[in-house]
Write a new protein. Structure first.
Length: 577
């Protein structure tokens, strides 16, 4: 295999540069023995995006390693020192998950920040990402770093950066940090020499403060006391949830929690699953099997950094089925608003937040309680940004996104599976106290607000040609929009890149008051909604489908469910996907 000269030159610069002996030996091996891996490791720099880094671990400019993490952290430090120039002591919190090398990358980050005179609070062992968000605000930090690649395969790791509000970076800080990182031209500019005086280990004390806040969210402690023996199976899928979620569930009052011993083993190799992603049915197979053995009523599984949760419940035939992210979000919002109303907690300034690709069912529920609901762009950082903007003016109750991430209250500013697990278990207890299951409660929501059904497909288009094809597809939808989908007229089109919403019936147009994003939505006369959006992190174009029907009787649920599934299939066919 022929390797381009510029790639070989980039690799050889690592043999001459200020890199450790082991790294140089590995680079030499790639040059001599493995040209394919050499190309992938050195053909470009691992991009520091708006969320940070994510990539395969190994030597090279396009890999997660000591030097790419060090350069990213030096860039962050440079920006912090400019942005907080008048502050006596800049502070940062650092957490990490169970992935291979997470502890090492966290230490590298701490070393570089401390070498730049920044005070570091470093967690003593793995912790959930939402606890890092909490710790930033609790410890009055100006930034935070969490080492995680979320649900990516085991070969990956990542590096996410947070700001002083406890949320992931958004404009202008994301672009400013990216600029500083790109300005680092050599590892010689990175200060790797650790300053022990500026690194403080934190752990149990933060855990206790965080768990106390989580426990304070309970809205039905009396009902949990009656239903405390609700049989729950929980699995962390080898990740950080093992540390806090069983403890949090017990603090809520649940006494019948079963684990999956093989998946309680903390491991970055994820030995029992192909992918540690709670959105994928295979990731919950062992937990569902355990639930059958112990006659459990609820199954919950969290991803490696414990910010997202997958749920399985018993259906009308007593078989376990997976809820999608929209269904769990609907149950959560319905429960929160019902309890707030019954407890007379409303003051008239409350609000809910969802993303633009999340079910419109949440809007129906919020409006029925006369609670304001906001749509934001895809990504939990936008939910957090709105919470920050409205802080002191309005009260955030809860929110979520279809990709299995939810939040209640505002002491965390990111999606939080610790909170979500506790609240879902509480909703299950609340439903059981009324002689219902989570599944029948969901059907009741459909009866009351309309039967919304959602689905998602991703079309993979790899490489440069794939990226160009995705661009052409988006331009086609944008400039030659479909006017009829599945025999239903398109009545509205929202284009978040052009920031325009067109009403085709009224032939009117109005601006979209959200940041620019390459997303297009088609609203059909029959109540369906199709959203098209390229993935920001993978070579994919995503299609989100939402259809709506009327459910008049509980007995009609399964037939109506099948009809809505068929409607989604017909929409997909009409789009030629």
């Amino acid at each position: 295999m022929k390797v381009e000269k510029n790639i070989i030159d980039r690799a050889r610069s690592w043999l001459q540069g200020n890199y450790d002996k082991e790294t140089k030996e590995q680079v030499a091996h790639l040059i001599e023995k493995d040209p394919a891996s050499l190309i992938d490791a050195f053909y470009k720099d691992l991009e520091f995006g708006t969320g940070g880094l994510r990539g395969i671990m190994g030597v090279g400019t396009n890999r997660m390693n000591k030097y790419t993490v060090g350069m990213a952290t030096q860039g962050l430090a440079n920006y912090l020192k400019k942005e907080f120039a008048g502050k006596n002591q800049i502070k940062a919190a650092i957490a990490y998950d169970n992935r291979n090398n997470s502890t090492f990358f966290a230490q590298v980050s701490a070393n570089v920040l401390s070498a730049n005179g920044i005070k570091v609070f470093l967690f003593d062992e793995l912790r959930p990402t939402p606890e890092l968000s909490f710790a930033i605000r609790h410890l009055n930090c100006q930034t935070g770093i969490v080492i995680t690649a979320s649900h990516n395969p085991k070969e990956y790791n990542g590096y996410k950066v947070y700001w002083e509000d406890g949320a992931q970076l958004i404009e202008p800080h994301d672009k400013n940090v990216i600029r500083e990182v790109r300005n680092i031209q050599s590892v010689d500019e990175v200060k790797f020499d650790r300053n022990d005086e500026l690194i403080e280990q934190v752990g149990k004390k933060i855990d206790n403060e965080y768990l106390k806040k989580v426990q304070g969210l309970s809205l039905s402690p009396d009902i949990i006391a009656k239903q405390n023996d609700l049989r729950i199976v929980y699995t962390p899928i080898h990740g950080t949830g093992v540390l806090l979620i069983p403890q949090a569930l017990k603090s809520f009052g649940f006494t019948n929690i079963f684990n999956v011993p093989e998946q309680n083993i903390v491991s970055g190799d994820f030995p029992t699953v192909k992918s540690p992603n709670p959105e994928e049915p295979a990731a919950l197979e062992m937990a569902i099997k355990k639930a059958g053995e112990v006659d459990a009523e609820l199954v919950m599984a969290t991803d490696p950094d414990a910010d997202r949760v997958g749920i399985a419940v018993r259906d009308l035939h007593n078989k376990f089925v997976l809820l999608n992210g929209n269904q769990t979000a609907a149950l959560l919002i319905y429960y929160l608003l019902t309890k707030w109303k019954n407890s007379k907690k409303f003051r008239g300034n409350e609000f809910i937040v969802k993303t633009i690709v999340t079910s419109e069912l949440l809007k129906e529920i919020a409006l029925s309680y006369q609670v304001e609901i906001f749509d934001v762009l895809t990504g939990f950082k936008y939910i957090a940004d709105l919470i920050n903007k409205l802080e002191g003016e309005k009260t955030f109750i809860g929110g979520g996104e279809e990709s299995y991430g939810y939040l209640v209250d505002d002491f965390v500013r990111d999606k939080d599976a610790v909170i979500s697990c506790c609240m879902v278990a509480e909703i299950a207890a609340w439903a059981k106290d009324q002689g219902k299951s989570l599944y029948t409660l969901l059907i009741e929501i459909y009866l009351k607000y309309g039967f919304y059904k959602e689905s998602l497909i991703s079309v993979v288009k790899k490489g440069k040609s794939g990226a160009e094809e995705i661009q052409r597809m988006m331009e086609g939808y944008r400039y030659n929009p479909l006017l009829l989908i599945n025999n239903s007229p398109v009545i509205r089109i929202k284009d978040f890149l052009l920031q325009k919403e067109k009403n085709l019936k009224e032939e009117s147009e109005k601006p979209i008051e959200l940041p620019k994003s390459n997303v297009i939505q088609f609203y059909l006369e029959d109540g369906s909604k199709i959203t098209v959006r390229p993935s920001g992190t993978e070579p994919k174009i995503k299609f989100y489908f939402s259809v709506k029907g009327e459910l008049k009787r509980k007995e009609d649920f399964e037939n109506k469910n099948a009809l809505l599934d068929h409607q989604i299939i017909k929409i997909i066919e009409s789009l030629g996907l």
